[in-house]
Design a protein around this ligand. Structure first.
Ligand SMILES: NC(=O)c1ccc[n+]([C@@H]2O[C@H](COP(=O)([O-])OP(=O)(O)OC[C@H]3O[C@@H](n4cnc5c(N)ncnc54)[C@H](OP(=O)(O)O)[C@@H]3O)[C@@H](O)[C@H]2O)c1
Length: 235
């Protein structure tokens, strides 16, 4: 038996560790989106498979007998495709799903259906912390009335695309205290997150609550993804 673990999350690392300690043969796979992802304790490959055909070929060539999809909740393409290919090839697939975050007492969240809507809710001059990653940065082009801080793991290849913002480099995990200190130091008014769920990256929400900010919480994509690509047992 050889398990393919589609990685990109802290939970994928834990599952890899579980396999390693129990002698389960497993291969980890990173998309290559982050230059130096935290290492897995199993043999690991990097980079896309080259579309659905490349994925099928890889599964056959490496005699993969089961797939664990522990990719990020917003990585909807790889999740959808893994589900479809696993069904087609008769391979068992386990999809790791996190319960999504829900607001706690004292939280002030706005839920958006698309990142571009954030501009409708953010006041002129506000300092906005974008914890949504580099990939969706272009969706905030209409926030020209605010100050933007976009956190990402790797050094950016180029300048920040607009004069009203900057990148901030940071590698998770981040503690609540560190997040709170950071938000206070930067004078953050609004935190924009993807509702990715889980405990590891929840610290920013707890810090925002403590610091008295509100969150613009993009959760629609999670809902769509959950409905379309949940584990095969639930259809
Ligand atoms: N989206 C987020 O907010 C987010 C946040 C944190 C981490 N990540 C991680 O970053 C990766 C890319 O995210 P995304 O949103 O761009 O994904 P995506 O849109 O679902 O996938 C795009 C393409 O990336 C490749 N890919 C994705 N995950 C892969 C993996 N684990 N191993 C090998 N190839 C993979 C596949 O390329 P081919 O078609 O060539 O096979 C896939 O078609 C994911 O693995 C995810 O876990 C994403």
């Amino acid at each position: 038996m050889t398990v393919l673990i589609l990685a990109g999350t802290g939970e994928a690392r834990q599952i890899a560790q579980y396999c390693a300690t129990r002698g389960i043969r497993a291969i980890g796979s990173f998309a290559g989106a982050t230059r130096q992802p935290a290492k897995l304790s199993i043999c690991t490959r990097h980079g896309g498979f080259g579309g659905a055909d490349g994925f099928r070929e890889y599964l056959k060539a490496h005699q993969i007998t089961a797939i664990v999809d522990a990719t990020h909740p917003f990585a909807s393409n790889i999740t959808r495709r893994s589900f479809e290919v696993a069904q087609e090839m008769g391979l068992p697939l386990l999809r790791f799903e996190r319960p999504e975050w829900v607001p706690m007492a004292g939280d002030h969240w706005l839920t958006l259906t698309d990142e571009t809507e954030a501009a409708d809710h953010i006041k002129a001059g506000a300092v906005v912390f974008l914890a949504t990653g580099r990939q969706s940065l272009s969706k905030f082009a209409n926030l020209s009335h605010a100050r933007l801080i976009c956190r990402q793991i790797d050094q950016p290849d180029g300048e920040f695309p607009w004069s009203n913002g900057q990148y901030l480099i940071g590698r998770p995990p981040f503690s609540i205290t560190d997040e709170e200190d950071l938000f206070r130091r930067l004078g953050v008014d609004v935190l924009v997150v993807k509702n990715a769920g889980g405990t590891a990256s929840r610290t920013k929400l707890d810090a925002a609550t403590n610091a008295g900010n509100f969150c613009v919480n993009d959760c629609q994509t999670v809902t769509q993804w959950g409905a379309k690509c949940s584990n095969p047992a639930r259809g």
